[in-house]
Design a protein around this ligand. Structure first.
Ligand SMILES: C[S@@+](CC[C@H](N)C(=O)[O-])C[C@H]1O[C@@H](n2cnc3c(N)ncnc32)[C@H](O)[C@@H]1O
Length: 206
């Protein structure tokens, strides 16, 4: 289980807790096998799993996968979502995951409040760039959708402008605010909304 190793695992009890959780898929191969031919949604940077839990409750035909690189958050997600059609979690980097995912595979790809890295020197940490945009399009099934919510205007604007230029997704909706209001929220969304901060959302269909 190479991906699940820390320099000093003693410091984080959640490494072992997550390793023992039956909701964890340890390799990408297991992920492709588990979700093949399923109506599946993947949440990139799922955090504590609040969004996936409420989404899967509302959409009983879906099976979900949460991807994150924080042990405790992923453990919490696994515990919340396993009951919904044998939903799972995967520990790893979103960029690596998306690049090796099979094409035309996921019905929905969600990203809720990915970490913004506004400083130039942090550019290498940024999850959001054109390569990722192409990859998300590639891994979605025909008719599938990419949904995005963020407090970070430049990310939202980047997706809209990129799609405007290259016309990758034929159908696109975007609002300053929440396109999915009243349906489901994530933990970070609640935090931002409780502080009265603006959020931006979009939905693109393949
Ligand atoms: C700001 S939190 C948002 C969590 C959740 N989506 C929400 O809205 O409540 C961003 C999450 O993305 C994860 N994350 C950031 N970059 C990542 C990457 N490259 N690969 C995997 N997870 C990543 C972080 O560990 C964190 O849990």
């Amino acid at each position: 289980m190479a991906a699940l190793q820390l320099k000093d695992p003693e410091k984080n009890h959640y490494v072992e807790k997550l390793q023992r959780h039956t909701g964890l898929l340890s390799t990408k191969l297991e992920v492709w096998k588990h979700f093949k031919d399923k109506n599946a949604i993947v949440d990139f940077g799922c955090g504590n799993g609040h969004f996936l839990e409420s989404y899967l409750q509302l959409h009983p035909s879906f099976s979900g996968l949460g991807v994150d690189r924080r042990f405790k958050r992923l453990f919490k997600t696994a515990s919340k979502i396993q009951k919904f059609n044998d939903s799972k979690v995967f520990f790893g980097d979103v960029i690596e995951f998306v690049e090796s995912s099979p094409s035309d595979f996921w019905q929905e790809v969600w990203m809720m409040f990915p970490d913004p890295w506004p400083k130039k020197k942090h550019l290498k940490n940024r999850m959001i760039h054109s390569k990722l945009f192409y990859q998300i399009h590639r891994i979605l099934k025909s008719g599938g959708r990419f949904c995005f919510v963020s407090d970070h205007f430049p990310y939202w604007d980047f997706f809209i402008m990129t799609n405007y230029k290259i016309r990758l997704f034929p159908v696109s909706r975007a609002v300053e605010g929440d396109l999915f209001k009243g349906q489901h929220t994530s933990l970070f969304q609640r935090k931002f909304e409780s502080q009265g901060l603006p959020i931006y959302s979009l939905e693109m269909r393949k």
